[in-house]
Design a protein around this ligand. Structure first.
Ligand SMILES: NC(=O)C1=CN([C@@H]2O[C@H](COP(=O)(O)OP(=O)(O)OC[C@H]3O[C@@H](n4cnc5c(N)ncnc54)[C@H](O)[C@@H]3O)[C@@H](O)[C@H]2O)C=CC1
Ligand SMILES: O=C(CO)COP(=O)(O)O
Length: 357
C-alpha cells in the first residue's frame, strides 16, 4: 500500500449486482477521504446493451443499467473494459466477481499489478483444489498474485445496500496495518463494518450460507412454512460450524455471530437469489441453469456450484454423511434426489439427539 502523503488508488475488479452497489460506497469514500485518490477504476466485463458498450453507458450515464439499474454511481468511478488497465496502478484491489471467474482473472493479472498492492475479496464461494480439497478464494488471490487478501462478507443483499438501507458487514483481516484502511474505504453511516481477525471463518461463512439458502428455497417451493425454514437455517448453521471446526480448526465460534454468520444466513434464506431460484426449481421442475438464465438477467448463482465444490471434498474424504444438509442440496440440484427428499434429510438430521448428560 502507498504510505505517507501518497494517495492510495482503488480498483474494483467486477461490476455485477454487488460490484456496482459497492462501487457506489467506495467511490464516495474515495472522494471524501484524504488518503485515497478520487478516481476509482471499475473493471467491467464488456458486453453490448442495445448496440452500445456497457462501459460507455456507465461512463456516460453513471448507471450500470444491466446489473444495478436505477442507481447512480459516483462520477469518480470509471468503468474500464481492460482488466490490466483497470488494475495495474491500484494499491487496493477489491475483488467482486462470481467466484467461477476468479482463476482466469488472477492469471490475467499475474505480474501486471503493483507488488505492494493489497486485496479485499467480497467473493462468496470456493474453488476445487488439487488433491480432492477446496481452496478459499482469498487464498487463490494471495497465492496467485502474491499480495495479502482480506475478506468482506455479511448480510448484504446488493439492492438494499444500493438503496442505502441500514446494514452491517464483517471484514476479516489479520493485518493490523491494513485493517483500518479496509474499513475506511467501505464504512458509511448506513453500512457499518466490524473487523475481526478470523479471516478464513468469515470467508467460509459467506460461501457456505449460499448452500443453505438453496435448501431454504426448496422448502419454500415445497410449500412449507417459516418454522421449517428456521429448521433449515439452524441445521445449516450447525453444519457450517462443524465444517469450520473439522477443516479449519482454530477458528472462533464468535465469528458465526457476526454479520457474516447468522445474519447473512437469515437475509439470504429470505431475500436472496439462491433462495428464489431454488424455489422456482421445485415449483417448475426446470433446470437450475435454465432458471438462472431466465430469472437473473446475467447475474450468477453461487449456491449450486458451491454445493458441488463442497461435495467434491466431502466425497473424497468419505464425509458426506457428516454434512447431510449440504449433501442433500448437492444431490437435489443434480437431480439425484427429489426435492421432497430434503424434508427426510432434515427430519433425520444427526443434530436431533438427546443432549442431556
Ligand atoms: N448480489 C448480491 O446481493 C451479493 C453478492 N455477493 C457476492 O459477490 C460476488 C459477485 O456477485 P455480483 O456482483 O452480484 O455478480 P452478478 O451475480 O451480478 O454476476 C454478474 C457479473 O458477472 C460478470 N461476468 C459474466 N461473465 C463473466 C466472465 N466470463 N468473466 C468475468 N465476469 C463475468 C458480468 O459481467 C457481471 O458483472 C459473488 O461471489 C456473490 O456471491 C455478496 C453479497 C451480496
Ligand atoms: O450474499 C448475499 C447477501 O448477503 C446475496 O445472496 P444471493 O446470491 O443468494 O442473492
Amino acid at each position: 500500500m502507498a504510505e505517507g502523503q501518497i494517495k492510495n488508488r482503488v480498483c474494483i475488479v467486477g461490476s455485477g449486482n454487488w460490484g456496482s452497489a459497492i462501487a457506489k460506497i467506495v467511490g464516495r469514500n474515495a472522494a471524501r477521504l484524504p488518503n485515497f485518490e478520487d478516481r476509482v477504476t471499475m473493471w467491467v466485463y464488456e458486453e453490448m446493451i442495445e448496440g452500445k458498450k456497457l462501459t460507455e453507458i456507465i461512463n456516460e450515464t453513471h448507471e450500470n443499467v444491466k446489473y444495478l439499474p436505477g442507481h447512480k454511481l459516483p462520477a469518480n468511478v470509471v468503468a474500464v473494459p481492460e482488466l490490466v488497465d483497470a488494475a495495474k496502478d491500484a494499491d487496493l484491489l477489491i475483488f467482486v466477481v462470481p467466484h467461477q471467474f476468479v482463476r482466469t482473472i488472477c492469471s490475467t493479472l499475474l505480474g501486471k499489478i503493483k507488488p505492494t498492492a493489497a486485496a479485499l475479496s467480497l467473493i462468496k464461494g470456493f474453488d476445487i483444489a488439487e488433491g480432492g480439497g477446496i481452496d478459499l478464494i482469498s487464498h487463490i488471490i494471495t497465492r496467485c498474485l502474491k499480495i495479502p487478501c482480506a475478506v468482506l462478507m455479511g448480510a448484504n443483499i446488493a439492492s438494499e445496500v444500493a438503496e442505502e438501507k441500514f446494514c452491517e458487514t464483517t471484514i476479516g483481516c489479520r493485518d493490523v496495518m491494513l485493517a483500518p484502511m479496509m474499513r475506511d474505504i467501505i464504512q458509511t453511516e448506513y453500512f457499518r463494518v466490524v473487523v475481526v481477525d478470523d479471516e478464513d471463518a468469515v470467508e467460509i461463512c459467506g460461501a457456505l450460507k449460499n448452500i443453505v439458502a438453496v435448501g431454504a428455497g426448496f422448502v419454500d417451493g415445497l410449500g412449507f412454512g417459516d418454522n421449517t425454514k428456521a429448521a433449515v437455517i439452524r441445521l445449516g448453521l450447525m453444519e457450517m460450524i462443524k465444517f469450520v471446526d473439522v477443516f479449519y480448526p482454530g477458528s472462533k465460534l464468535s465469528t458465526f455471530f457476526e454479520s457474516c454468520g447468522v445474519a447473512d444466513l437469515i437475509t439470504t434464506c429470505y431475500g436472496g437469489r439462491n433462495r428464489r431460484v431454488a424455489e422456482a426449481f421445485v415449483k417448475t421442475g426446470r433446470s437450475i441453469k435454465e432458471l438462472e438464465d431466465e430469472m437473473l438477467n446475467g447475474q450468477k448463482l453461487q449456491g449450486p456450484i458451491t454445493a458441488e465444490e463442497v461435495n467434491h471434498m466431502l466425497a473424497n474424504k468419505n464425509m458426506e454423511n457428516k454434512f447431510p444438509l449440504f449433501t442433500a442440496v448437492f444431490r437435489i440440484c443434480r437431480g439425484e434426489l427429489k426435492p421432497s427428499d430434503f424434508i427426510d434429510c432434515i427430519r433425520s438430521h444427526p443434530e436431533h439427539m438427546v443432549r442431556v448428560a
